[in-house]
Each structure stands twice: as C-alpha cells, then as structure tokens.
Write a protein that binds this ligand. Structure first.
Ligand code: AMP
Length: 214
C-alpha cells in the first residue's frame, strides 16, 4: 500500500509516518529528511538546497523528484509513505510516472487538517536529542530531567534551522500557494481522506489506521 501524508509543516506527518514504519513495516520517504542528509554531507544537491531550505522556500521539483525515484527502488515489497512529497502539481505528476514505472499505485492521500496558528507554536518549540533523535517540545514535552534525554541519557539537543517563526511563516505560505492546490488533483481521482490533525498523536494514529484498514 502506498500513501501520501499531506499537510502543512508541523501537522504531524513525520510523527505519523514513523509510527506506520514501526507498526506496519512501511518505508518512510521524507524529502525533507533526504535533503537535510544531503546538506549535512555537503553533496552537490545539499549545496544547492541549503539556502532555499533555510529561507523556507521550495527546492526544485527536479531535485526532489530524483531523490524520490532513487529511494523508491529500495521499497520493493514494502508500502511507501510519502511524507513532504509531492509539494507541487509538477511533483504530483512526476510521482504518478515514478510509481507507474514500478507497477505501483497510490492507495490514499491522507490530509492532516490543522490550525495554522497552533502549528507555529508546535514548530517553534520543537527540538530533538542530538544522539537518538527523540522529540521534545519547550511547552508540551520537556525531558523529565532538565538537559537529559529520557530515551538515551544524552545531554545535547538540536533544533532545525528552519524552525524559527519567520521561516515557518514562509513555509506555511508556500504550502498554501503551491501544495494545497494539489488536493483537487487527487480529489478527482477519489483518493483524498481527511483526518483531524489537532487531536493527540494517538487519536490521529487511530484515524489513519481506520483508513488503512477500512
Ligand atoms: P520538511 O522536513 O518536509 O518540512 O521540509 C523541509 C524543507 O525542505 C522545506 O521547507 C523545503 O525547503 C524542502 N523540501 C522538502 N520536501 C520538499 C519538496 N517535496 N519540494 C520542495 N522542497 C522540499
């Protein structure tokens, strides 16, 4: 089963994708994660993407579509979760071709419906353990012992450079202008399912499970 998780930054796509990986053996294809890895490694793609990502704008369709194509080849026999891709109509069309070439079809496009102002608070407060990646939040989920990761005991944490308020507002505007307009494309195909993304992680997970098992 191949699905897209669609929703603005901070809607919970990554969290829900990680859970589906753990519970269903699906593979998460996050273009944001792939690009951050490329930036960290200083690859040619990373060098091109770095400033664009820091500004909260969209990296070119050609770059992200190529990244997805490469990773899809390692998904044989597993369902794929597209997280943060496609983000434009061009990318949606590219995905259809990439899937068709591999005899795969899209089963669901799950839109996480959320309140934008709440997202700004969610995103600007989030941070992760620099060692194991466990997620925390300044307001909603601090480590039990200040400065120590609950999971691995590490003492260093990190924040994404694009999780500041100004960049978040640009990322939201990009979503509204370029990504939300791909919903009608998938609606015409009868693939869109909506989930209330403002519930708890468990509530959202249950709603997604009901769609996948329905
Ligand atoms: P994300 O982790 O999905 O929030 O993505 C972080 C940043 O990576 C975005 O703000 C964009 O700059 C870039 N990015 C990730 N996925 C895409 C995509 N599908 N198309 C264009 N840019 C992307």
């Amino acid at each position: 089963m191949d699905i897209i998780l669609l929703g603005p930054p901070g809607a919970g796509k990554g969290t829900q994708a990680q859970r589906l990986v753990a519970t269903r053996g699906m593979i998460q294809l996050s273009t944001g994660d792939m690009l951050r890895e490329a930036v960290a490694k200083g690859t040619p793609t990373g060098l091109k993407a770095k400033a664009v990502m820091e500004a909260g704008e969209l990296v070119s369709d050609a770059i992200v579509s190529a990244l997805i194509g490469e990773r899809l080849d390692s998904c044989v026999g597993h369902g794929a979760i597209f997280d943060g891709f496609p983000r434009t109509k061009h990318q949606a069309e590219a995905l259809e071709i990439l899937l068709g070439e591999r005899d795969r079809t899209l089963d669901h496009v799950i839109e996480l419906v959320v309140d934008e102002e709440a997202l700004v608070v969610r995103i600007t407060g989030r941070f992760t353990c620099a060692n194991c990646g466990a997620s925390y939040h300044d307001k909603f989920h601090l480590p039990k012992v200040e400065g120590t990761c609950d999971v691995c005991g590490h003492h260093e944490f990190k924040r994404r450079p694009d999780d500041n308020e100004q960049t978040v507002r640009t990322r939201m505007a990009e979503y509204r202008a370029k990504t939300a307009p791909i919903l009608p494309y998938y609606e015409e195909k009868g693939l869109v399912r909506r989930v209330d993304g403002m519930g708890s992680v468990e509530e959202v997970a249950a709603a997604i499970d009901a769609i996948l098992d329905g």
